[in-house]
Write a protein that binds this ligand. Structure first.
Ligand code: CMX
Ligand code: CO
Length: 142
């Protein structure tokens, strides 16, 4: 089951400047930095709240580290802004993806890949989701 909004993914040109904006403007303070080579991004996860089920909701700021990364391509076309939304699962993310795939939505990965904070992630094609790139996240400990 999808039980929460795990994060909103936002593409930016300058990770430090964008983090600074979120800290200064909204007073968020809990920041985790990570490089995901496979996804071609540097990222900052700003923890917004505890969701009460052992998980949390985040803002995920993404800066590309390679010109051929999906986020670099998206930024070149659209400029900075909301890139994807991510729903958290309370169980196995592949089982969730298989169920959604059975409803005719394209799942982008054959098996889950590594996401932020050791999570398991997969993506649904935006063209099958009314224009929204949608990520499914299973947090590391579930
Ligand atoms: N949101 C909505 N629509 C999007 C989109 C996005 N983020 N990215 C692409 N699209 C749309 C494009 O606008 C385009 O539509 P049109 O044909 O109408 O112009 C169509 O999808 C194809 O786009 P494209 O620019 O040709 O891009 P690709 O097909 O090469 O890649 C996608 C699109 C979704 C397959 C690719 O971005 C992908 O694999 N994404 C998953 C991985 C990812 O995004 N990683 C970064 C985040 C990592 C993390 O969250 O941890
Ligand atoms: Co994400």
């Amino acid at each position: 089951m999808l039980t929460r909004i795990d994060h909103i993914g936002i593409a930016c040109h300058d990770l430090e400047a964008t983090v600074e904006f979120y800290l200064e403007t909204y007073g968020f303070s809990d920041v985790h930095y990570e490089v995901n080579e496979e996804q071609g991004v540097r990222e900052a996860m700003l923890r917004i709240n505890d969701t009460g089920d052992g998980a949390a909701s985040y803002i995920q700021l993404l800066q590309p580290i390679r010109d051929d990364s999906t986020v670099a391509k998206w930024l070149a076309k659209n400029g900075e802004g909301v890139h994807h939304i991510a729903f958290g699962t309370d169980g196995d993310v592949q089982e969730e993806a298989d169920g959604i795939s059975g409803k005719g939505v394209r799942v982008l990965y054959d098996s889950p890949r590594r996401g932020s904070l050791g999570s398991r992630i997969t993506f649904l094609h935006p063209k099958d989701c009314h224009g929204v790139l949608t990520e499914l996240v299973q947090k590391a400990t579930s």
